[in-house]
Design a protein around this ligand. Sequence first.
Ligand code: ASP
Ligand code: MG
Length: 392
Amino acid sequence: MVKPLIVQKFGGTSVGSIESIQKVAKHIIQAKEAGCHVVVVVSAMAGETNRLQSLADDIDAVPNARELDVLLSAGEQVSMALVAMMLNKLGYSASSLTGGQANIVTNDQYNNASILDIRVERIVNLLSHNHIVIVAGFQGVNKLGDITTLGRGGSDTSAVALAGALNAQECQIYTDVDGVYTSDPRIVHRAQKLAVVDFPSMKVMAQKGAKVLHLPSVCYAHEHKIPLRVLSTFQPGSGTLIKGDKSYQNVTGLAIQKTLTLVTLAPEFCDSVLKQCQLLGVEVWNVIREAEWAGVVIKQESCAKLMLVFSEKIRNTKAVSLLTMVGLQASHFVDAAFDCLSNVNIEICYTFTTVQALMLLLAPCDIEKAANVLHDAFVVFSDSKAQQSIFD
Ligand code: ASP
Ligand code: MG
């Protein structure tokens, strides 16, 4: 019988010290001993990519894009060698591969490349010789063989793409939290870990502020039907499984994005501002089109960029926060959310709905209280067993 293959990805804190790398090795060995082929994807040690980026920033506000990728990709190269060394020391054959050595081919977009193809022969050959293969996340090479990186947080995407190319049974994302929660547990007191989340809900959560997974990795896994599991390197448990096309929860969770800016302008300038955002690479979170005014919601840190080129057309800018209720029925709860929040004297600045989501624009000072109130009122939490049985 052919051995099942799993991909395990370890994030920056998981490989942040030699002590943690020992824990990483335990998880890898456990899967290997259970009879699986194991391909491991690693991030740079915690803080390392930021450190490298700041060295580059000290030279140039806009560092040469090709050279920046040569620099940033070095972080993952350190981790992969340390993990492979640890496994070798513990008596397991392990080989590390850079993105290029693993034949991960991307487009030419330095700093934010997309994977085009992975030629897996080398990995498969190593696996067939009983090796554990450790691949550097977040990087590939373009057609010329030059190093590219996949955008911050991109190791998740490397892992999922490898899982797809290798037809893995599951892609496990090991991190410093023990799963996906109904909301950010640092803000929402009764946030609960979800045993299972469907892909559409997870996509909206990742898009609207949940930091646990890199959005492109969720999209890729969904498209290629690769079950994803988020779990902790440091705590035991089966984490959260992300699979399936359909939400069975009325409200799966609440995503919170605290630091946004609402840019208001005359309606006739809305289209040109949106075009400008696209040219500048400024991500637009929401658009408001009213008869008297228009509004564009963007990340606070992108605001300065937009002001530079567009200041005369902008009427006003205001700090706002966005609370997104995610789930099958979320968009039907507009009135109920209004009632709930007005009971605690919180005013909603604006609402938006999509098929799977209700978004509320709020004053930043209200977001934490609003998140707790709405979570308690709407997030139907079924225990993990009940949930599991719906999905299986
Ligand atoms: N090391 C890269 C970063 O910090 C990629 C990753 O960790 O996913 O963004
Ligand atoms: Mg990450």
